[in-house]
Design a protein around this ligand. Sequence first.
Ligand code: ADP
Ligand code: MG
Length: 348
Amino acid sequence: MAEQQRTEIGSIGEFGLIERITSPNTLQHESSKLGIGDDAAVMSFPVDHEVVVSTDLLVEGIHFDLMYSPLKHLGYKSIAVNVSDICAMNALATQVTVSIGLSNRFSVEAIEEFYEGIYAACKNFKVDLVGGDTSSSNKGMIISVTAIGHALPDRISKRSGAKVGDLVCITGNLGAAYLGLQILEREKQLYLSQPEIQPDLEGQNYLIERQLKPEPRVDIIELFAEQTLVPTSMIDISDGLVSELMHICKASGVGAYIEESGVPIHPDSEMQALKFGMDPITCALYGGEDYELLFTIDPADMDKVKYLPDIYVAGEIVSQEDGIKLHTKGGKIHDINKRGWQHFEVEE
Ligand code: ADP
Ligand code: MG
């Protein structure tokens, strides 16, 4: 194997590094008036729009593990999860800023790889990189991304708008990213104990990709705009369906009735869950990081989503007193909460 080049960040300095990583950058939105290179970026949005902003902090060892997350994927995912937060407001992200803290373990080439992922995500999700900050860090890598979007005020979906009788909808499928993480964790442990063994990831590409390379549902937000649909409430699924459903129910002062048969699960997830001795629905309810959308619609809008691809109606909003319940395929009704349900009860 050819030896990889390693340029120390110290040898080109902070300004040299900023220049290296930002030189491939281009701007695509008319709203990006001034990007990287000044003391601040300048944006200009239509006067009747409101600005939507979201920020995330990712800390090595807490939110990501560089042992199985390649830097390029990490860059991609950092942008993806922030764009997903803007989507969850029923808005489209147009700009991002990226700030990084780096220990001297990282070379210039490693950071360029990270930015390759950032630029790939910016292109795919149609956002402009307009600024950021660069610092050294005593230990590991820290990433903070801020995403900025805009929308007409009456198109914004909050967590608080769900009403009794609304339909609960989910995009895509759930549980795959969690199972992908379990596979990567297993391979990491195997590698740590027996480094000579090659990882066996055969046939698990889909699940691993769902973990390492999440895709925010920008496509769904574009479809909503075409259909002139405004979900009554919406949230992106980063912490798991139950956790997000609880956020919507709490913010809206309602309960929810979910059909197990309405929760979309990919066949690969079903298979892998069973191989791990887990219940697929448990992975779908509690596994996070799929970055799909959970939203509610007025039943009068059913025609607008009925024929849209990749949208599943999973249940109904009920009154707060009725709580959050799951109707299983076996015909039983269970209360669901953060701690789990039936097979997933955490011991006291
Ligand atoms: P300041 O001293 O005002 O913080 P910097 O020298 O840190 O300016 O940054 C110079 C320019 O480069 C600014 O436009 C800033 O937004 C941008 N920038 C700095 N670091 C990054 C980064 N990691 N990613 C993207 N843009 C960056
Ligand atoms: Mg700075």
